[in-house]
Design a protein around this ligand. Structure first.
Ligand SMILES: [Zn+2]
Length: 118
């Protein structure tokens, strides 16, 4: 799927508490070659995973409800500001112009249009 021109058609919400994270058409779908490792989510089992596909925004103020959890090396991890479950995404200190949200860790209100499924 081509990147750069796909935006979220619906609200992106926290998978756990349903808080709105991004309003429609605020995030751009991007696939990144080297990927970003996300540690396992709080209160969840698993080893985490390296994601290659993300919703991205270039402005922290695009987010409705997002805070930072921890920082590991040069990556600051993003968490839901309401339930504090995270990480749901990442922000690299070496590239401050972009914020990444993992489509595997949030839900899209119109889930059938989620590009991660196609
Ligand atoms: Zn939440």
């Amino acid at each position: 799927m081509a990147e750069g021109n796909i935006t979220n058609t619906a609200v992106i919400q926290c998978e756990k508490c349903g808080s709105i994270i991004l309003q429609p058409k605020t995030a751009v779908w991007k696939e990144i070659e080297d990927g970003i490792f996300l540690p396992p989510m709080k209160k969840c089992d698993g080893d985490g995973e390296t994601g290659h596909k993300f919703w991205t925004v270039t402005d922290m103020f695009s987010f409705e409800n997002v805070g930072f959890c921890n920082t590991v090396n040069d990556i600051k991890y993003l968490a839901c500001a309401d339930c504090e479950i995270g990480p749901i995404g990442a922000h690299k200190l070496s590239d401050k112009k972009i914020f990444y949200v993992s489509p595997l860790r949030v839900k899209l209100a119109d889930e059938d249009k989620n590009p991660v499924k196609s």
